[in-house]
Design a protein around this ligand. Structure first.
Ligand SMILES: [Zn+2]
Length: 399
């Protein structure tokens, strides 16, 4: 990663950008927008015609990612832990689209890696609020019982009722040829020069409960694997897949170019079973980024309660990620649920619970710039609305 290079963003408000100096610029543009009646900007401004950006939105414990390209933005997961996370996600999206009027409030594709609430809490609001070109999910419809089922089913039902194309990608579909990359999965067109390409490389194991045995009863192990390429820049998302599904995915794509990626979207929020030396060997990333809550929040369904991120996953990343943070810094990592200690992170490993909103900008030559913006979450309400719906299975899966 050559982070000394300045990212090329459209808009003169970013002329004062300096390495590590995003905050004043973001605030400055946010003030400008607020003065004009639009919401404060969330994250850096729009990419220009030769860059893409991954926006990892800090939604507390959960994952919500935008992949911004010069010819459209797609969304991968829209999760959160409770209503405040959904509110934060929607506020980010509002600012994002306000700063990008040319997008016309459109998401050409929305992906749900698997139907857990920390991945789909805000998804129904997203498809209700924005113009969505297609919905891609893991092929399990109706979704299996559990937290997130109702929203996942409602999203697919809404898409069907409104004639929005859907693609349910089972792992057997993904393992056919070079993955699934049709005009629903990879709809971004109109870029001058480099065309972004999206392909799904893994998915659900069966449409119904047949075959839901052992490790595959867990929706985590029925996650979409998604790859985004933009010239030499590459991004890989593994949802919440654990060792069982990862072993299949890694074995199937071994010897192909499809798993090795510069930016690794960390599986399962940094859980011990989401990133192993085998994962790092297959992906060999320059940068790792994870959606995970802050360890300081001692409540239900938090990173603290699950023990995310876990020490052995971080150690695998410290060994396997090739690039470095600007300055090594100590962050809380866990050795067990509710058990954390500070550990100095030297490699280019970023987490929303450590860094807030994270944006990774890339050009077609694979030069990356990482920017972060701290986020303050409101304290939990006396009783979390979503807590009662979360089943034990997910708690176990989080360990
Ligand atoms: Zn998750």
């Amino acid at each position: 990663m050559k982070r000394s290079e300045r990212p090329a963003f459209a808009g003169s408000s970013f002329a004062a950008w300096t390495r590590g100096g995003w905050t004043p610029c973001v605030v400055a543009l946010g003030v400008l927008l607020a003065a004009g009646g639009a919401p404060a900007l969330a994250g850096p401004g729009p990419v220009d015609a030769s860059h893409v950006a991954l926006h990892e939105i800090d939604v507390d414990q959960g994952a919500a990612t935008l992949v911004e390209t010069p010819c459209g933005t797609v969304m991968i997961d829209a999760g959160g832990r409770q209503d405040a996370g959904d509110t934060r996600l929607l506020a980010y999206l509002k600012g994002y689209f306000a700063a990008r009027p040319a997008l016309n409030n459109t998401l050409p594709a929305v992906f749900l890696t698997h139907p857990h609430i920390d991945h789909d809490l805000g998804l129904l609001d997203v498809v209700h609020t924005y113009k969505v070109g297609g919905v891609i999910y893991n092929g399990q419809s109706p979704a299996p019982p559990g937290p997130g089922k109702s929203r996942a089913d409602a999203v697919v039902a809404y898409a069907t009722a409104h004639h929005i194309p859907t693609r349910g990608v089972l792992q057997a579909d993904a393992f056919n040829g070079d993955g699934v990359t049709d005009d629903v999965v990879s709809p971004l067109a109109g870029c001058t020069g480099v065309k972004p390409e999206i392909r799904v490389l893994g998915g659900g194991h069966s449409k119904d409960k047949t075959g839901w045995t052992g490790d595959y009863k867990n929706p985590n192990n029925n996650s979409l694997a998604i790859r985004v390429d933009y010239g030499k820049a590459s991004f890989l998302f593994l949802g919440d897949m654990e060792e069982a599904q990862q072993a299949e995915v890694i074995a199937h794509w071994s010897g192909t170019p499809w798993l090795r990626a510069d930016v690794y979207h960390v599986a399962h929020h940094g859980s011990y079973n989401g990133t192993t030396p085998a994962t790092m060997s297959a992906v060999a990333p320059k940068i790792a980024v994870m959606g995970v809550g802050a360890a300081a929040n001692h409540a239900q369904w938090t990173a603290w309660a699950y023990g995310h991120p876990r020490e052995q996953a971080i150690q695998a990343m410290e060994a396997g990620v090739s690039d470095h943070r600007d300055t090594p810094k100590a962050f809380p990592i866990s050795t067990a649920v509710k058990t954390f200690h500070p550990e100095t992170i030297d490699k280019a490993i970023y987490a929303t619970g450590w860094d807030g909103d994270i944006t990774i900008t890339a050009d077609k030559d694979g030069t990356y710039v990482v920017t972060t913006e701290p986020v303050t979450h409101p304290p939990d309400p006396p009783k979390a609305k979503t807590a009662a719906a979360a089943p034990k299975a997910h708690v176990t899966a989080g360990r």
